[in-house]
Design a protein around this ligand. Structure first.
Ligand code: MN
Ligand code: MN
Length: 490
């Protein structure tokens, strides 16, 4: 199949829409650098567009009907959105799915220590990272600290120009002869990914301390002044103590509060346009927020659909879709059951029918062809940046192991849907045979027997602190999701 240059297909009207969508996308990336921040951002946007929280409707017992829009958030990290269609839900939904967690460094539960005059946060990386990419770049801390009494302190430090940033050190080139002989996987070890958070010792002013005790005796004070002559003393672990004092004064955080904290270390800075032609976006966290954003936007912009439309944006994909907020959790199935109940349609059998008859685009990023590493790709079966929305019939590696492998019939249907709406798409694998791989959430939804295919957007330097996408692909994914929600039905 001939590869098309998607940019050539646009007229002025398309280009204008493409730019405004990408501007909104960049704002989305800047406002959502953790899964919790993504959920907050998404809820803000969708409530303005008429989505209402499912839990409130369950309490009131109100009946849902065609056109009603509801959402359910699970533990502040995953969300399911529903737009009720004309046809009964038991005939199936059109489901868009993506994940909102991204590779990063997580702060450990007992993180704070001092060594060699630096205060550090000890970390454990989350998801697949090339560890050597995370040193010597400005990093920000995002997340929550939950106090024993249940109050939550939200942190977001390092994004504003006047904020401090944090960093991980690397050995200077002059002393790196031995380090550079190591394998890339060992150049920076996991335990060496500790964040430098301070270097200034807390200094106890002896004069001030003594002065407090002896305020009554002015003569003695004078003597003390002479004795100490401005003498100051450093406490043990003085840098760490200094950090603790700042944390207490600024945020009310005590050292033991880290036990119940979720702090994520991410690259500091905003999403940027890339290239003289501004054709690309360079940003942290595009895997998989590029698909999450475009899926959500498509969901909001669809005006009519026969079938109930659904969008699920989930946590924990990068570590195997585990946990209560990952795709393997029952929260989604439970939310569907609740929505069917409110549509006066629920029965165990109807729920199963609904899930089995649904169609899904399981969206995630695809590895874009990189000419600098051409040998890792099959040029005929790889996604190109600017090549349009991507469909992966299968992912997996070593004999398609672990892949969802969508049905030919389903692909044929999607070809028709995309052609009818003039959506530019390409088909791809994640890399050469026996080289690629990568799990997605597709196989989990396929367990219900529904039609699922991996799809999404091509990304260059996937999982690096800064990932690149094409604005045209962002736009085509959005258009593809719209077409799917409006037209898909199998
Ligand atoms: Mn992903
Ligand atoms: Mn990933």
């Amino acid at each position: 199949m001939e590869k098309k240059n998607v940019w050539e297909t646009y007229d002025a009207k398309h280009l204008k829409k493409l730019e405004s969508l990408n501007q909104e996308y960049r704002n989305f990336l800047d406002n959502g650098k953790t899964e919790r921040e993504c959920i907050g951002t998404i809820v803000n946007i969708i409530e303005k567009e008429g989505y209402r929280e499912l839990e409130g409707i369950i309490k009131s017992g109100e009946e849902l009907s065609t056109g009603d829009k509801v959402y359910s958030v699970w533990m502040n990290k995953s969300i399911a959105m529903f737009r009720i269609g004309e046809r009964p839900m038991a005939e199936g939904m059109n489901i868009l799915g993506a994940h909102i967690d991204s590779p990063r460094l997580d702060v450990k539960q007992n993180p704070l220590y001092e060594d060699g005059g630096f205060a550090y946060f000890d970390t454990h990386y989350y998801g697949g990272v090339k560890k050597y990419q995370w040193v010597t770049i400005p990093l920000a801390i995002h997340g929550v600290v939950v106090k024993k009494d249940g109050t939550t302190i939200e942190l977001n430090i390092g994004e504003n120009e006047e904020d401090p940033v944090f960093f991980i050190s690397d050995l200077l080139i002059h002393l790196s002869q031995e380090q550079l002989e190591k394998k890339a996987a060992k150049v920076i070890e996991g335990e060496a990914l500790d964040l430098i958070i301070g270097n200034k010792p807390l200094v106890i002013d002896k004069k001030a301390e003594k002065g407090k005790d002896k305020e009554h005796n002015k003569e003695k004070d004078k003597e003390n002044d002479k004795e100490n002559n401005g003498e100051k003393e450093q406490a043990k672990d003085a840098v760490k103590k200094g950090i603790l004092e700042i944390l207490k004064d600024s945020y009310g955080i005590e050292e033991e509060d880290f036990i119940s904290a979720e702090l994520e270390i991410v690259p500091a800075g905003k999403a940027r346009e890339a290239g003289f032609d501004r054709s690309m976006i360079l940003s942290y966290g595009q895997d998989d927020r590029v698909c999450a954003f475009t899926s959500m936007r498509a969901m909001l912009d669809v005006k009519e659909s026969d079938r109930t439309a659904c969008c699920i944006l989930v946590d924990k994909e990068e570590i195997g879709s585990v946990g209560a907020t990952g795709m393997r959790s029952r929260f989604f199935e439970n939310a569907v059951a609740e929505v069917m109940e409110l549509c006066r349609e629920y029965s165990e059998l109807n729920l199963r029918r609904c899930l089995a008859h649904s169609c899904m685009l399981s969206s995630d990023v695809s590895s874009a062809f990189d000419p600098s590493f051409a040998a890792s790709f099959d040029k005929k079966n790889v996604a190109y940046l600017g090549g349009g929305m991507v469909f992966n019939k299968f992912t997996g590696s070593r004999g398609k192991s672990g892949s969802n492998d969508a049905n030919a019939e389903y692909l044929a249907h999607l070809r028709k849907v995309m052609a009818d709406k003039k959506v530019n798409f390409q088909t791809a694998e994640l890399g050469k045979v026996d080289l690629g791989g990568g799990g997605t959430i597709a196989y989990i939804l396929a367990l219900y027997g529904m039609n699922v295919i991996d799809s999404g957007v091509a990304v260059l330097n996937m999982h690096a602190p800064w990932e690149a996408t094409s604005k045209a692909d962002v736009y085509e994914a959005y258009r593809g999701y719209m077409a799917f929600v409006e037209e898909a039905s199998m």
